[in-house]
Ligand binder design. Structure first.
Ligand SMILES: Cc1cc2nc3c(=O)[nH]c(=O)nc-3n(C[C@H](O)[C@H](O)[C@H](O)COP(=O)(O)OP(=O)(O)OC[C@H]3O[C@@H](n4cnc5c(N)ncnc54)[C@H](O)[C@@H]3O)c2cc1C
Ligand code: FES
Length: 264
C-alpha cells in the first residue's frame, strides 16, 4: 500500500522467522522471511526486536525495538538487514540464528527519490551506512557509481555487499588511503550532472552535504536519530532543518541536503 511518496506499513508488528545469517567482517547480514509484507521503498527502515530475550537481562535493556534500514528484498519476500554490534539491541539481533523469530514493524519512513533531470546517481556510504545503499543500488542498476568508506580492511569486508563499489579506508589498509569524501570530491570535480545519495556517520554526512553545496549538486542524505516508536508518536527523533524541526521517522530518514543547514 502506498500513499504519496511512501509505502505504508500494515498495522501492528509481524512475527517473522530468521532464515539466514552471514558475517562480512564485523557486519552481520540478518535475513528474515516476510512473504506477505509490502515491498519497502529503498531507504525505508523497520523497527526490529527479538521475540525471545529482548530485555529481561541484568538491567532489562534494550526495552524498545531498534531502527534498521532495509538493505535488500528478495523476490520471495526475504528481507536483509546489515547490523553492527554497538549495544544491547544490536548484540542480541546479531546473535540470532535460524529457527528464532523477530518482531518487525515496517516498512517505515520516506526513502530515496530518483535522480532529478536524469542526473547520474553517485552513492556514498560510510561503515554500516552501506545498508540502504544496497537496495537503492539494486533499483538503480548499472547507472550508479558507488563509493564506500570504512575504518580499515577488516570493516571493508562489507564492501562485497555492493559489487563494483570503490573503497576508501581511514588507515589505507584497503583501497584509497583516506576518507570516502576524497573519492567524492574527485568525482564531483570531474564534472557532469550527478545526484548524490549518502548514508553514514554524521561527520561523513556533513562533509558530503558541504561538498555537494559547494559544487551545487543535489544530494539526499539518509540520517539517523534515536527512535523510540518509529511512526511519529513520540517526537524523540526530531532533527533541525532550515524550516524547523521534523520527525525523522515520518519525514525522513532520507532528507534533501538543501533543507539542512548542517548535519550534527
Ligand atoms: C532510520 C535508521 C536506520 C538505521 N539503520 C541501521 C542499520 O542498517 N544497521 C545498523 O547497525 N544500525 C542502524 N541504525 C542504528 C541502530 O538503530 C542503532 O545502532 C541501534 O539502535 C543501537 O541499539 P543498541 O541497543 O545496540 O545500542 P544503544 O545502547 O542503544 O546504542 C549504542 C551506541 O549507539 C548510539 N546510538 C544508538 N542509536 C543511534 C542512532 N539511531 N543514531 C546514532 N547513534 C545511535 C548510542 O548513543 C550509543 O553510543 C539505524 C538507525 C536509524 C534511525
Ligand atoms: S521515533 Fe517516535 S516520533 Fe519518530
Amino acid at each position: 500500500m502506498t500513499r504519496g511518496d511512501r509505502t505504508l506499513a500494515p498495522f501492528g508488528r509481524r512475527r517473522l522467522p530468521v532464515v539466514g545469517r552471514e558475517t562480512f567482517g564485523p557486519y552481520v547480514v540478518l535475513s528474515v522471511a516476510d512473504p506477505d509484507g509490502p515491498a519497502p521503498d529503498p531507504g525505508q527502515f523497520a523497527m526490529l526486536a527479538t521475540v525471545a530475550q529482548w530485555g529481561g537481562g541484568e538491567d532489562e535493556r534494550p526495552f524498545l525495538p531498534r531502527a534498521f534500514s532495509v538493505a535488500r528484498r528478495g523476490d520471495d519476500g526475504r528481507l536483509d538487514f546489515v547490523l553492527e554490534d554497538v549495544g544491547p539491541g544490536t548484540e542480541r539481533l546479531c546473535a540470532l540464528g535460524r529457527g528464532e523469530d523477530v518482531w518487525l514493524l515496517g516498512p517505515l519512513g520516506r526513502g530515496f527519490t530518483p535522480p532529478r533531470e536524469r542526473r547520474r546517481p553517485v552513492l556514498v556510504g560510510g561503515g554500516v551506512g552501506i545498508a540502504p545503499l544496497m537496495i537503492w543500488g539494486d533499483a538503480l542498476g548499472a547507472a550508479a557509481t558507488t563509493l564506500l568508506g570504512f575504518r580499515d580492511a577488516a570493516h571493508a569486508a562489507g564492501a562485497v555487499l555492493i559489487p563494483g563499489a570503490r573503497v576508501a579506508t581511514d588507515d589505507g589498509s584497503a583501497g584509497h588511503h583516506g576518507f570516502v569524501t576524497e573519492l567524492l570530491a574527485a568525482e564531483l570535480g570531474a564534472g557532469g550532472a550527478v545526484e548524490v545519495y549518502a548514508c553514514g556517520p554524521p561527520p561523513m554526512l556533513e562533509a558530503v552535504r558541504a561538498l555537494c553545496a559547494e559544487h551545487e549538486v543535489p544530494a539526499q542524505l539518509a540520517l539517523e536519530s534515536g527512535m523510540a516508536c518509529g511512526f511519529g508518536a513520540c517526537f524523540g527523533c526530531v532533527v533541525p532543518t532550515r524550516d524547523g524541526y521534523v520527525r525523522l521517522c515520518v519525514d525522513g530518514p532520507v532528507l534533501d541536503a538543501a533543507t539542512l543547514a548542517e548535519v550534527s
